[in-house]
Design a protein around this ligand. Structure first.
Ligand SMILES: NC(=O)c1ccc[n+]([C@@H]2O[C@H](COP(=O)([O-])OP(=O)(O)OC[C@H]3O[C@@H](n4cnc5c(N)ncnc54)[C@H](OP(=O)(O)O)[C@@H]3O)[C@@H](O)[C@H]2O)c1
Length: 256
């Protein structure tokens, strides 16, 4: 199993950090810096998280120095997919993150009343102006992903996926075939008995087994467990070293 993945030009460990509970406080900015010191290189946020305070905390944390290879991903267009709304959200995200260019920008979700091509157009324009490096899509099915890929190059897909929620197996598999990063969100949401059994065999935690299963599931998965605990950040990164046996994987697969 490979422990790193390329997002654009940056090679990052395949465990990232979800930040939807991050607040704009000195303590949380210090937590982000500690997580990077522990080895995190992929930080996932969004325009809407904590009413913008998640992005602001990350911006504050990295203002005094940004270690090489840190990739910050954010998202927009959750409540409203119109291009003019997304353009405004990109502007705010750039300011809160205190950057001239966003490393990875996702369309947060697709809207019934706006064609995905129109929503993406706002993001493509900013990419073409050099203010976004790479584009992703979130909460998409196969047909929506196909339309997105016709509209522009898609570097990453972020969907709800874990051992107990495999509705997006088809999207995950396509991403593996096409070399697109697949970011499974809510990686730790469902602790199943099988996770606990395998964890006990390895002296690991169920969370670590859940992450190791996701890492094994496809070479392009990059889970983003959400945490505000530096001990949990270290535990999550340690899942990169957890080797599940064929028997473990069979037991987990059969349970999902
Ligand atoms: N694209 C989308 O539409 C979308 C939707 C939802 C979420 N997301 C993204 O996905 C990320 C993850 O989602 P999430 O945080 O809600 O769910 P999650 O990662 O499945 O679970 C987070 C929970 O697990 C705990 N945890 C983390 N590491 C642990 C460990 N090693 N051992 C035990 N418990 C641990 C956390 O508590 P502690 O703080 O105590 O560690 C927290 O209660 C979010 O931060 C966000 O970036 C994206």
């Amino acid at each position: 199993m490979t422990r790193t993945l390329l997002i654009g030009e940056s090679e990052v460990p395949r465990i990232g950090l979800g930040t939807n509970r991050l607040r704009d406080t000195a303590e949380h900015a210090a937590f982000v810096r500690d997580a990077i010191a522990a080895g995190i290189r992929h930080i996932d946020t969004a325009h809407l998280y904590s009413g913008g305070r998640s992005e602001a905390a990350i911006g504050a944390a990295l203002a005094s120095g940004r270690p090489d290879g840190v990739v910050v991903a954010t998202k927009g267009g959750y409540h409203d997919g119109r291009p003019e709304t997304i353009a405004g959200e990109i502007e705010e995200s750039l300011q809160r993150l205190r950057v001239d260019r966003i490393d990875l920008y996702y369309l947060h979700r697709v809207h019934d009343d706006v064609a995905i091509e129109d929503s993406l157009d706002a993001i493509v324009r900013e990419r073409d102006r050099g203010r976004i490096a790479h584009i992703g899509v979130s909460n998409v099915d196969l047909a929506q992903l196909a339309r997105a890929r016709k509209a522009t190059e898609i570097a990453a897909v972020q969907n709800h996926y874990n051992l107990a929620h495999r509705e997006h197996d088809d999207v995950l598999d396509l991403c593996a075939t096409e070399g697109i990063v697949f970011v499974p969100y809510f990686p730790l949401r469902d602790e199943t008995p099988a996770l606990r059994e395998v964890a006990a065999r390895h002296g690991a935690t169920p969370a670590q087994v859940a992450l190791a299963w996701l890492l094994d599931r496809s070479p392009t998965t990059l889970p983003i467990p959400g945490t505000l605990s530096i001990a949990h950040v270290r535990d999550n990164l340690a899942a990169l070293e957890l080797k599940l046996s064929e028997d473990d994987l069979a037991a987990l697969d059969a349970s999902g």
